[in-house]
Design a protein around this ligand. Structure first.
Ligand code: PMT
Length: 229
């Protein structure tokens, strides 16, 4: 069986992609399926944690056993769900793909097709939930971010990941290479695990459950020894 090394901890995981409405039937969204976040929640529950899973839009995935599930549509809703649950959390993992922008106007009625060119869609910046978590972090809380980066070479992805870790101020950052059918929607994931103390290691291509296991191993090591290795 799995180690029960998350027993006694409350962990919060966000999953899926937010949808930002334009009108009653249309939205801006992204390709996140929720599979990575659900795998993180499932593995944490199997290792003994009390788990709150805050889920934005996902494909159909069975509810993980023994997990408190909170649904969120937009980035604003995901923010409230995550911040509420994070108030007494020991670990927060942000695997959700949160829209950075939302349409400034949400029209009450369906936008009509016209003969002239449509007006451009004005966008407003969404709150950065991970940055807010870091700013409000309680003593002893561990915060893990994910980063979806495109790049021509793995070097680009890592360079962007390192900059994002420094900017966001979380304890661990999982950097996924995306694009070309990688990470989003598929069953497998790979990337790099970057720690605030400068430790870096590759995560080989494998199931999202395996990546989840490596993330929880790193969280446990960080909490018990102050370092990931
Ligand atoms: O859902 P799947 O199909 O299984 O795919 C998994 C995944 C590729 C979506 C996942 O592994 C992943 O990488 N999630 C993060 C994707 C992302 O939005 O990355 P980002 O670089 O835009 O954001 C960086 C971090 O800030 C993330 O932890 C994100 O949750 C967080 N964020 C981003 C924007 C925002 N407004 N608020 C946030 O908290």
């Amino acid at each position: 069986g799995l180690p029960r090394d998350l027993e006694g901890l409350h962990v919060v995981v966000s999953a899926g992609g937010t949808r930002e409405p334009l009108d009653p039937v249309r939205y801006l969204g992204n390709r996140s399926s929720g599979k990575q976040g659900y795998a993180l929640a499932r593995v944490a529950a199997q290792r003994g944690a009390r788990v709150t899973l805050v889920a934005a839009h996902t494909v159909a995935i069975p509810d993980p056993a023994g997990v408190d599930l909170v649904h969120a549509g937009t980035a604003e809703e995901l923010r409230s769900g995550v911040l509420d649950a994070a108030a007494d959390a020991d670990v927060v993992v942000m695997a959700a793909a949160v829209a950075d922008f939302r349409p400034t106007q949400v029209t009450e009625h369906k936008i009509k097709k016209t003969d002239h060119d449509p007006d451009p869609v004005a966008l407003t910046r969404n709150p950065d939930i991970l940055a807010e978590l870091v700013a409000k972090r309680a003593a002893g809380q561990t915060i893990v971010g994910f980063a979806a980066e495109t790049g021509d070479a793995s070097g680009d992805v890592l360079t962007h990941g390192r900059a994002k870790l420094a900017r966001k101020g979380c304890d661990l950052l999982v950097v996924n290479a995306v694009g070309d059918g990688k990470a989003f929607e598929v069953e497998d994931n790979a990337g790099w695990l970057l720690a605030a103390d400068g430790a870096e290691r590759p995560i080989e291509l494998g199931s999202k459950a395996r990546l989840a296991t490596e993330v929880w191993d790193a969280v446990v090591a960080l909490r018990n020894h102050g370092a990931t290795s």
